[in-house]
Write a new protein. Sequence first.
Length: 395
Amino acid sequence: MWDFVVAGAGVIGVSIARELRRRYRAKVMVIEKESSPGRHASGRNSGVLHAGVYYKAGTLKARLCVDGNRRMREYCLAKSIPINQNGKVIVARSLEELPSLRELYIRSQSNGVCVELVDTLALKDIEPCAKTVEQALYVKNTAVVNPQRVMDALVADAVEEGIEFRFDCAWWARDGQDVANTSQGRIAYGHLVNCAGLFADKIAHQFDVGRQYRILPFRGQFYRLRPESKVQVCGNIYPVPDLRNPFLGVHFTRRPEGEVTVGPSALPLLGREQYRGLVGANASDGLAMIMYLLRLFGRNRDHFRSIAWRELVKISRSGFYREAEGLAVGFEPGDLLPGKEPGIRAQLVDTKTAELLSDFVIEPGPHSTHVLNAVSPAFTSSEPFARHVVEMIKE
């Protein structure tokens, strides 16, 4: 029997497993349905280490992101993982966006983020190709890493610390009070930690936890910037986001290897692993997505219709270009090249209110703990996030 079984070998699952092992010297097993770790959101994200700009003071995201940013940057440097530490600028595309830009500045100060409001002249020294209206926000501690390199290092450390991984091991069902029925047989445990990402709600519901929640998948598609483009990005160029929206909008990111990505989109899907076309679409997920989209359209809470329209426009290359052209001088339609494999965001929705939940959501259950909403900046926040979850388990 294992003291702890962690379902899901993404960055959150591995980080929690390491924290449990360090704190209790416990027997910990991580089960993963794929053949290797980080095959979904953890290995397919943009690699941006967020600084804590966007989150309202007092939220779990605000509390964990600043510390997580510092710790992840230190970890990458200690492990010789390449990292781009040129920061980020958030630019305004119109006068109407300036109040939101200043709200981000206020949130940053409340959260202890190192930021600076700069004018157009100072912006040229930071990101020569970025363009803005009157002011921009310079976020100094934003960095970029290769997420799969980070995942490989975390798993290697976990194995060295005595954690066992069982790959190609899919959770099938709860078998009694403290047994997991998996594709590799029955596994007994003292406590289960559910970090199953896109399928976390399905596992939680087997424990009668989070019945009001359902995960809806949104695909994030990236393009690559043509190397010969006039747009030469140093760090990151982001737009001012709609603060009612959990998505941050299309942005430019220079990865540590030198490639610049442009994206992502946030396209609602008909399947939880629908990475290409209709492959992975299914009736259950498709009907759920259509139902909640109709509810969200009908209520139009937080101007959801305008948000949805902007996302649908990004399906075409020309629409994607129009979303990004206001961020940089010299950006041309021909600068967009096919990008890396898309990622899928496991976005939690409250089925009672049809609300897309922004903050992290972690729910206790019988002999179990369920990580139901661990979207961005979960990768950045993974170490303090793991400590927070283990504290919940102790209580």
